[in-house]
Write a protein of this length. Sequence first.
Length: 378
Amino acid sequence: MKSRREFLCSLGGACVAAVAGPGFAQDVAPRGTMVPVEEGGLAPRPAGWYKKLPEEWVQCGLCPRGCRISDAERGTCGVRENRKGNLYTLVHSRPCTVALDPIEKKPFFHVLPGSPVLSLATAGCNFDCKGCQNWEIAQARPEQVRSFTLTPEDAIGVARERGAPLVACTYTEPTVFSEYVLDIARAGRGKGIRTVVVSNGSIQQQPLADLCAELAAYKVDLKGFNETFYRQHTGGELKPVLETLRRLMKLGTWTEIVVLVIPTLNDSMEEIKSLARFVVNDLGPEVPVHFTRFHPAYRLMNLPSTPVSTLERARQTAMEQGLRFVYLGNVPGHPGENTFCPGCGRTLIKRRGMALLENNLKGGSCPDCRRKIPGVWV
């Protein structure tokens, strides 16, 4: 009988897909084959980033909520539990989804274009977005979804076997499984496998700094640019996310921003203009910003898909404010998916949806005018 490690490394096929149980949405990571990771359980791991309080209470220091948790209770995310005055993570090495994606799906457009990336997620989130596309796992507790055992070392091993130079912690909210993220990143060090995060950006300063010391890139979903919208539609706050973005710049971590443009909720051009000005003034004009098309999901089934014309206006507005790399998402074949040289206008990277069609960069620069294009290219 093969060991779990031998079995994982002998998996055939070009892709892996969502590991799903009854009632789980299979379209989280479509067009792949199952990764039959070993079932069973690992004991909960001691959590990081918390402090003990009197009478066996603890205060979590991971996200800005700073949950104060009594014995036998959990924080808002549902995956961090107080046991006799000690905080534990219930999801370390316990992904509920494992998939092989193109890096463009994340989306990262300035990170190793065309590369496959091993994507994984555990249950739980510290937001409650009304338009969440992965609510079946993001809004679930660990015992409500089918999970599997995949250690950081095995995750790196699978990535290497599948020719993926990156592991992406994505789909739900990597902040709530930061211990697992950090251990994956450390396991990949020296083995040619780097780790990236796709996050809502709601994380405290110390865990962010600890993660960024190991991560290759960080993508932030900036849900909008209005505090009222954040409170009503995500259950979170805008200010901590903006602070995370500023800190990412200071830490020197490659960062891209995605804005899901939702009709009637965050699609005003005045809000887009304010968002773009913030990026230009506080982060820099060369931070890539992706305006992504919304489709009805979860508790926003009453709204229509975003008109492409709205996305086009958002892109034009953002570029008028000085942003140099502004992209459109969920509109396959649109020119707004491509990377153009801000110096001479040459098409540098051509995409269609999640497919890379051309990459004309030479050493991270435009081949015509030699302008350096920021990103992670090697």
